[in-house]
Design a protein around this ligand. Structure first.
Ligand SMILES: CCCCCCC/C=C/C(=O)SCCNC(=O)CCNC(=O)[C@H](O)C(C)(C)COP(=O)(O)OP(=O)(O)OC[C@H]1O[C@@H](n2cnc3c(N)ncnc32)[C@H](O)[C@@H]1OP(=O)(O)O
Ligand SMILES: NC(=O)C1=CN([C@@H]2O[C@H](COP(=O)(O)OP(=O)(O)OC[C@H]3O[C@@H](n4cnc5c(N)ncnc54)[C@H](OP(=O)(O)O)[C@@H]3O)[C@@H](O)[C@H]2O)C=CC1
Length: 213
């Protein structure tokens, strides 16, 4: 922030876009890996917001946009980033209220699955498969591209959004309303329903379903 102020004399906008994660089942995540993702996505965002505010926006106003993710149904397979992004969604609301008196607006953008060469490269040889697998889960039946996220960010930064703060704009072609990509394997580990006539009905229809299969 200090070097930006030295160079440009002011900080009108802050976009917290840097971030990411690795794919891993939660029970296999090391404490170090969990912390690295929380540090990058949550702590980094908080510190950048705090520094921009204290260094400039507190006295001059400004606009902040935080990039989060489609974690509305949880984020199985990437639980660390889901937790961090949900926290940023909430942080955005807190700061919107705390900093309103300084004329600071702060909002989030939650992209769906967005393809780019650089994003795909993070997943090494699995990248093309992972991104291709996601296509049927978008109501658009295609992935988004970064050029479809940046207009939403520019809108929130612009005077056209002067009355918007503490909001999260989903730019995901409805992906968050649609199916989850995560498959739950068939299992019989769930606790039994309590005995009674409703459970008898349940058993009956489950048996019928099974016999149809
Ligand atoms: C199924 C749909 C797939 C599509 C995805 C859709 C949704 C989201 C998409 C995107 O976000 S695309 C953006 C992609 N960009 C990134 O993801 C950037 C990736 N990199 C980072 O953000 C950072 O490198 C990091 C992962 C946060 C780590 O940063 P840092 O430099 O602080 O730590 P490291 O020293 O690299 O690692 C620390 C620690 O973390 C564990 N770890 C790191 N990488 C992996 C990995 N690939 N697998 C398992 N564990 C990993 C590990 O414990 C590291 O410690 P050491 O073992 O190295 O001592
Ligand atoms: N692509 C997608 O489907 C989605 C992406 N997002 C999020 O959008 C943002 C942009 O991602 P996208 O452009 O797709 O992917 P990229 O991998 O191309 O961009 C990620 C950027 O984050 C930077 N970065 C990663 N870790 C750190 C760190 N610890 N400190 C500073 N910068 C860091 C990277 O810097 P460097 O190049 O130096 O490594 C890179 O510029 C990320 O936060 C991402 O998680 C959210 C939802 C979906």
């Amino acid at each position: 922030m200090a070097s930006t102020l030295k160079l440009h004399g002011r900080i009108d906008f802050l976009v917290n876009n840097g971030g990411g994660q690795f794919s891993s089942p939660a029970n296999m995540m090391s404490a170090k890996g969990w912390k690295a993702v929380i540090d990058t996505n949550l702590n980094g965002t908080f510190l950048c917001c705090r520094e921009a505010y204290n260094a400039w926006m507190k006295d001059h106003g400004g606009v902040i946009v935080n990039i989060i993710a489609d974690m509305w149904k949880g984020f199985p397979g990437m639980a660390h980033t889901g937790a961090a992004r949900a926290a940023v969604d909430n942080l955005t609301k807190s700061l919107a209220i705390e900093w309103a008196h300084s004329g600071v607006r702060i909002n989030s953008v939650a992209p769906g699955t967005i393809i780019s060469k650089t994003a795909m490269e993070n997943y090494k040889e699995y990248g093309p498969t992972l991104f291709k697998m996601s296509v049927p889960f978008s109501p658009a039946k295609r992935l988004g591209v970064p050029e479809e996220i940046s207009p939403a960010v520019c809108f929130l930064l612009s005077p056209a959004a002067n009355y918007i703060t503490g909001a999260t704009l989903k730019v995901d072609a409805g992906q968050s309303l649609y199916h989850s990509i995560w498959e739950i394997p068939e299992h019989d580990a769930w606790p039994e329903a309590p005995e009674g006539e409703n459970t008898d009905v349940l058993r009956e229809i489950m048996d019928k379903t099974k016999s149809k299969l």
